[in-house]
Design a protein around this ligand. Structure first.
Ligand code: BG6
Length: 493
């Protein structure tokens, strides 16, 4: 990422600016970038919304939310300077006139800038609207300059492989691939980006990073929250589409990829696509063997009643949507042959915790009388959130007169000490503003990731799971997910 301030005047157009993402993530991210002096000297944020509203009202609404969601404290001086850059613009997604008016607005900014400014379109809207928006953008030529105009699209990108291909085709009629920034916010997290630094910035780990030394890899993204207020979205989505197809597979790519020749975005994205292609596809008749789904039921968490998924507002009483998924993947390539990659994610789990565990193979022979089985496995644990650290677990001598061993940990926790670590959205927005595609998904990455989960998705959609709900809110998921790893003598760490 460039340390230089972006020079090019820029207009940022947010579709869905009155929505949840805008208030919780986008405006706080822009505000923090602004106070860190990372935004261009000349920039405007045009907030699009359907209803009539005034700039003043809208700015007040943003300010109230900044108090809750901004990483840095909101001070009156900085807010006064920032708010001048925000304009509310009434806009109907499906009316051509709205786009013609928007274009006039953008041209008036260009006049103020004294040049044609960059244009960054942020689509923070339901996927169904992407088609109509990109059609109007094309027709009214608002984003006609591939060198300066960019579009950011939120996940989910399509709902299966077919729809993702259709969406890619559709976008390609209006935009060049280099203009399209498909967001997966996990790629903006400090600890996820650090995997690249950790693996390829050191000489000591890479020689061990293969099937000869690594026995298994686990990736867990556990959430404490339930479906919250997103029932209609989540009922159609479920854990496989919401988390595994994107966030978990992207983490897996970072762990498993070959060393890129350089940090050039095409190079890094090529290496990730190689990983996705190498993941062994699970045939429909083997889905139950490799994948486990779950749905949380009601329970008491710390003595307080917690609703089951089917009791949440807006959820069908007989819903078949999975709120938990665990899968065992294999990668058919030289580096990872026969190493299981276990991934799991779930809502209403015991605690919020995302982490990667690299488990090394046991010693072939132990010098110590207890034998290798008495030695705890060497593990490298990369904590993504909320703790942000890297832990190396190994055996050491217990202090004392005899030669007894004990497991110990070496911890690197610099991130945890960094109160000022940027939020994922700050990093990603800055990258998009500076035109760096590395942390965004390319069309083939998204399609390949859908292909990886295709048979599981089809099987789960077409068969009801009679065991639902099959895990208690506040637990670590269904028992079958333990069986998935125990079959091979492993355990979730
Ligand atoms: C989103 C999912 O992409 O990621 C949500 O749609 C999930 O369901 C969220 O809660 C998790 O993100 P984070 O950054 O809180 O781990």
């Amino acid at each position: 990422m460039s340390e230089d301030k972006i020079k090019q005047p820029t207009s940022i157009i947010i579709f869905g600016a009155t929505g949840d993402l805008a208030k919780r993530k986008l405006f706080p991210a822009f505000y923090n970038l602004f106070i860190d002096d990372r935004l261009p000297e000349q920039f405007n944020i045009i907030a699009l919304g359907r209803a009539e509203n005034t700039d003043e009202n809208f700015r007040n609404h943003i300010k109230e939310n900044l108090e809750n969601f901004s990483r840095k404290k909101v001070t009156s001086k900085e807010w006064e300077d920032f708010q001048k850059h925000i304009t509310y613009f009434q806009h109907q997604l499906d009316e051509e006139n709205s786009y013609i008016n928007l274009n006039q607005k953008l041209e008036s900014y260009d006049q103020d800038y004294g040049t044609r400014g960059n244009r960054l379109f942020y689509l923070s809207i339901a996927p169904d609207f992407v088609s109509v928006i990109s059609g109007h953008i094309k027709k009214t030529s608002i984003a006609s300059d591939p060198a300066t105009d960019r579009i950011i699209i939120e996940k989910p990108f399509g709902h299966d492989k077919k729809s993702a291909i259709e969406l890619n085709d559709l976008l390609s009629q209006t935009f060049e691939e280099e203009q399209i920034y498909r967001i997966d916010h996990y790629l903006g997290k400090e600890t996820v980006q650090n995997i690249l630094a950790f693996r390829f910035g050191n000489s000591i780990f890479e020689p061990l990073w293969n099937h000869r030394h690594i026995e298994s890899v686990q990736i867990t993204v556990a959430e404490e929250v339930g479906v919250e207020s997103r029932a209609s979205f989540y009922e159609q989505t479920g854990a496989l589409r919401d988390m595994i197809q994107n966030h978990l597979l992207q983490i897996l790519c970072m762990v498993a990829m070959e060393a890129p020749e350089s940090l050039e975005s095409g190079e890094i994205r090529d290496r990730k696509v190689d990983v996705l292609k190498s993941i062994r596809r699970i045939s429909s008749d083997k889905v139950d063997h490799y994948a486990v789904r779950g749905q949380y039921g009601e329970s008491k968490i710390d003595g307080v009643e917690s609703k089951g998924y089917r009791q949440e507002e807006g959820i069908a009483k007989d819903s078949n949507t999975e709120t938990f998924a665990a899968i065992k993947f294999y990668l058919d390539n030289e580096r990872w042959q026969d190493v299981p990659f276990y991934v799991r994610t779930g809502k209403k789990m015991k605690e919020k915790h995302s982490y990667i565990t690299i488990q090394f193979r046991p010693l072939p022979h132990s010098t110590f009388s207890d034998g290798p089985s008495q030695l705890s496995a060497n593990r490298l644990i990369i904590n993504i959130q909320p703790s942000m650290d890297i832990r190396l677990q190994f055996m050491s001598k217990k202090p004392g007169l005899s030669l007894d061993l004990q497991p110990v940990e070496m911890v690197f926790n610099d991130f945890a000490c960094q109160e000022n670590s940027p939020e994922a959205y700050e990093t990603l927005l800055l990258e998009a503003l500076s035109g760096d595609l590395t942390l965004f998904m390319r069309s083939d990455q998204v399609e390949e990731a859908w292909d990886v989960v295709k048979t599981i998705q089809e099987t789960w959609e077409s068969t009801k799971d009679p065991s639902f709900p099959n895990y208690e809110a506040g637990s670590w998921g269904p028992k079958d997910s333990n069986a998935l790893v125990e079959r091979q003598g492993h355990k979730w760490v």
